[in-house]
Design a protein around this ligand. Sequence first.
Ligand code: ADP
Ligand code: MG
Length: 684
Amino acid sequence: MPAVTASPAAKDKSGPQRALEKLGLVRPIDFALHLPMRYEDETRLVSIASLRDGSVGQVEGVVASCEVQIRGRRQLVARLHDGSDDLVLRFLHFYPSHQKALAVGTRVRVRGEARGGFFGLEMVHPTFKAVTEGAPLATALTPVYPTSAQLPQAYLRKAMDANLARVDLSELLPPEAVPAGMMNLREALMFLHHPAPNVGLATLEDRSHPAWQRLKFEELLAQQLSQLQAKRERELQRAPPFRVRNGGLQEQLLAALPFALTKAQRRVVDEIAHDLQRAVPMHRLLQGDVGSGKTVVAAVAAAVAIHDGWQCALMAPTEILAEQHLRKLVGWLEPLGITVAWLTGSRKGKGRAAMLAQVASGEAMLVVGTHAVIQEQVQFAKLGLAIIDEQHRFGVQQRLALREKLRSNQIEPHTLMMSATPIPRTLAMTLFADLDVSTIDELPPGRTPVVTKLFADDKREAVIGRIRDAVAQGQQVYWVCPLIEESETLDLQNATETHAHLSAALPERMVGLLHGRMKATEKAAVMALFTAGEMAVLVSTTVIEVGVDVPNASLMVIEHAERFGLSQLHQLRGRVGRGTVASVCVLLYTAPLSDTGKARLKAMLETGDGFEIARRDLDIRGPGEFMGARQSGAPLLRFADLAEDEALVHLARDAATLLLDRHPEVALAHVNRWLGGRSDYLKA
Ligand code: ADP
Ligand code: MG
């Protein structure tokens, strides 16, 4: 054989090859897990006469005519005859090769959707291939794979079959880890790529077929394993075990509060205190509906750390929110002799330098702020506890920076995350399986539930009438304008106009405006006026969304409510109903509503329960968007559906525990098979 020198170009990957990689199809297992999005039935032939308008079918016949016609545009029109009737095949884009393949007298098999055209039935752009009479039909359904423009289906199918022929799908799991009655993986995957023709397509499409069950179980198992593994790794790290003493700062704090903790608050305080006394870093999520009183729980945790001589950092995603925490915490903790430092991006110069020095020396025991708290220049003398409010609102970069910051010490601090967006149970068990969760499931006493009303935008003046009544009775009002994604300017304009309109409608009252473009000091000034009760109405963009606490505000109007997400609406509504006066939330909408818009507003009218809201939100949006879904961009679950597969989640969780305990090498092999190099994204 003559020696062949490969030209440099030959070494380059071909277009389709690159397209495969782009789809993540590299290892044979990647191919095996790239499942058809639908199937075509090429196992049967029907007669042309039996085709109906709109029906999809495969016919076989002989080409009776084939010509290029100009009807407005050039098109290739062939006529097929099978003895029962004629069928027109129409191609609006075609190559000379099409013309050749459809030469008069050729026998072809054609598959497509029949349309009742002016000249009888026709198929536009059907798939077709030349056959000899009596050529065997497909014995399995033909898979149609998700693909990209650079990757023709035929090329992908070929690559698929080559990879399916050599993929190792041997059973990794010991029998005791596989739920009774499940198909094995090889059988399941081979079936899903080439299902037998007699299978009900419905069970494939709704993913209830046993083959799907096995696949979903495998996927959930990989995910449970990596989460449990992360948790076990953390168990090996060292954190300062705080000593909780009688008469300690936390007891002094509780004694000084103007209210008693609710039963739920006491329970979560106990759960947190229990963690803080261990030498293993706490990794706990404190969830509780808006207004359930998470801040005071954070303060108690801080007091425990500080009493034992450790520093505590509390971070919030926005300056307004951080400042509100600051005010509360200073009010509660400074009287007990605790020095509190304040760090935000807008804090510069001498004040900042002094704060940094206090933090570095350990004089400041509590540091409150935005993500500025974790910036490089900030050095803690002895950080023992980090509290992160609404952590999912921090960007990925900030969260990674935080992890780095916390890791840089020999000793890991305990971490407490707080969220007003409750995680539905299935999500808590899957995406967040490595978190311990404490839940405040009770509101402080004396709150009256918020009444929610829905009005079309043309009832605006009537709504303004209500505002007039409310302020006449000394109550305060929020008016929230939506964020217009495409245009911050429009957004601002809208809020500014509404502000002007309300100011004119309520000449004797102070109407304020708050938006994201204002300087931190300006925002703080507006908030201070509103908090003090001097400002009757606050028009704002969504900057007030998280955590603002003004108990005297009892009416909230949300303009263009249909543009907000469900959990966002719920958070906003949670700004009222914090005092003893009955509160109202008015949702103004502009027709027409989309289906999801309708579903969201309906949910708001029907329930005030944060958990129910979260569950519906999961239904409406899917888990992908939930809590930023760890914002990895990578789809966390390709096959399992958390809303439907809760039973499988339980099975996977049991199997994961069993594997890690008894067959760690199998656990590793399984995670590698499923996640390859991607397992890190589960931890960010
Ligand atoms: P969230 O959980 O939304 O962060 P906050 O911590 O802001 O809620 O608490 C809401 C309001 O309830 C605050 O004014 C807080 O001081 C008050 N509060 C918290 N716990 C109690 C309680 N046990 N009894 C009465 N009021 C409470
Ligand atoms: Mg809060």
